[in-house]
Design a protein around this ligand. Structure first.
Ligand code: GDG
Length: 468
């Protein structure tokens, strides 16, 4: 049986006994992928050390082996905090003004991809299939091919793939586009992302479309397709149903008294539109003064990437905004925005989603956005809440029954909040039902199975195809 090798920037090693450490989107997705395969998960250990060894540390946990390497301070600065998160992340999210390109960061990014490839190549066996995750590792397949590997290698891109003019403003764009076609299968979140990358390859790399998402570039065949990522619906639903047993959830609900709850849950990231959402909530209270004191907005925003200057600035901006709004609108008996920067266990999130009449998911751009899906799945069938969702989140394509808004228009968002709060139950149920059914069908298991079946299929086709 083929082994599955997963590669991602960070690796979530479970504790002995099988308990998962982190339950973030990628960790859940990888766990699903390994249900059908034995395998290996390779990536950065999360540790920065002065002289990291190129030899990975190997850890066995049942059917899955983990292989991790440390990064040097320079690698971390250039590859991770620099090129991946100050150049690729903003550009992929259409934020050209925030993109900071530096040649040394790009050199560090290329170097770490090469080091990863060298360490990984020693662990890969001829029958393995390899699945690489996310923008930190765009050139990894090209490096592996350079070392002589001809295993099937797939890539899944968790974030948006922007229009060609946006992507090509990145000075390294040509090299990255040439490198990415060394993947046999490239998975993106939406059809729009697929179109953006395909057109760019056709226009700038002389790629020849072969139909069905396949392209021929310089004698190599690659396939680009949309695989919208899903969530662990059964697990999340169960957590939401049992959430009343949780003290934080119970006390939060009791503290609301008769107030309706608006909820937002996001990593602190400028792509998520947190300050813009707060301004929309402010506009809502300005135009609906009768609702002051009747509605509480809880925003849970664990800090992320604090080593990147733009994130530090964002943190200050949000703190200031919360202070301003609470100071001007609140009174001793009511705080409009409860802003929390610590992370909560998933069962607490599930309970708070379920208690919230409105889920506010208003990113300026997002590859998919799992919070939108979690909010839908956590609702109770007899009294579901309303999802207010940015049309610039990949999730909007699968959740058209949500109230879709333009996050750049605070008045439109304020109006949607009002519509959500006043929406009759029959309409809430009618909108929610098709969404929860779709989320149940298109869950994380469906996503992983589809991607891997396509990658396996590719190998069969390649082996059967006559040699050129
Ligand atoms: C990237 C893409 C794409 C948040 N706060 C807490 C917490 N979370 C969890 C959420 C959700 C996950 O983190 C965030 O997922 P998102 O999809 O919203 O966003 P990114 O982290 O930016 O992920 C995105 C995703 O990859 C998957 O492909 O959807 O577009 O940007 O699961 O619940 N979890 C816990 N405590 C918190 O306080 N436990």
């Amino acid at each position: 049986m083929a082994r599955l090798v997963i590669v991602s920037n960070r690796v979530a090693i479970p504790e002995e006994g099988g308990k998962a450490v982190a339950a973030g989107g990628l960790a859940v997705a990888v766990k699903e992928a390994f249900t059908a395969y034995e395998g290996l998960w390779f990536g950065w250990s999360g540790t920065i050390s002065e002289e990291p060894s190129e030899e990975p540390t190997l850890i066995d946990r049942g059917r899955v082996q983990y292989a991790v390497v440390d990064l040097s301070p320079q690698d971390h600065l250039e590859y991770y905090a620099g090129f991946a998160n100050r150049a690729l992340w903003p550009i992929m999210h259409y934020r050209l003004g925030l993109g900071a390109f530096s040649r040394s960061d790009y050199a560090g990014y290329s170097r770490v991809n090469r080091t990863f490839a060298r360490a990984l190549a020693k662990l890969v066996e001829p029958d393995d299939i390899i699945w690489v995750h996310d923008y930190h590792l765009l050139p990894l397949a090209a490096e592996l091919r350079g070392l002589g590997l001809d295993n099937p290698i797939g890539y899944f891109h968790h974030i948006p793939w922007p229009a060609a003019d946006v992507f090509n403003s990145l000075p390294a764009s040509g090299e990255l586009l040439r490198a990415i076609v060394d993947y046999d299968l490239i998975g993106l979140q939406t059809e729009a992302d697929v179109q953006n990358l395909q057109r760019n390859l056709v226009d700038t790399q002389r790629a020849i479309p072969l139909g069905g998402g396949s392209l021929m570039v310089d004698g190599r065949r690659t396939r680009i397709r949309a695989f919208p990522i899903g969530i662990d619906v059964a697990g999340f639903k169960e957590a939401a149903e049992k959430a009343n047993a949780n003290k934080v959830v119970r006390e939060t609900i009791a503290g609301l008294r008769t107030r309706k709850l608006l909820i937002g849950v996001d990593r602190l990231d400028y792509s998520k539109g947190v300050p813009e959402r707060m301004e929309a909530v402010e506009s809502f209270f300005a135009s609906n003064p009768d609702q002051r004191g009747n509605v509480t907005y809880i925003q849970i925003t664990p800090k992320s990437r604090s080593e990147v200057p733009e994130y530090e600035q964002l943190s200050r901006d949000v703190n200031e905004k919360v202070g301003e709004i609470n100071g001007s609108l609140g009174d001793p008996a009511w705080t409009p925005i409860q802003y929390i920067t610590k992370a909560y266990p998933r069962p607490v999130l599930a309970g708070l989603y379920r208690a919230a009449r409105v889920g506010l998911v208003t990113p300026m751009r997002d590859g998919m956005n799992l919070v939108a899906k979690e909010y839908v799945v956590a609702q109770s069938e007899d009294d579901p809440g309303v999802l207010v969702l940015s049309k610039f989140a990949g999730a909007a394509r699968q959740l058209p029954e949500a109230l879709l808004i333009n996050p750049y228009d605070r008045f439109e968002v304020a109006e949607a909040i009002r519509a959500a709060l006043y929406m009759p139950k029959a309409e809430r149920v009618a909108r929610w039902k098709p969404m929860v059914e779709r989320m149940t069908r298109e869950d994380v298991d469906w996503w992983a199975r589809n991607f891997l079946a396509e990658l396996e299929n590719f190998r069969t086709m390649e082996r059967e195809a006559p040699t050129a």
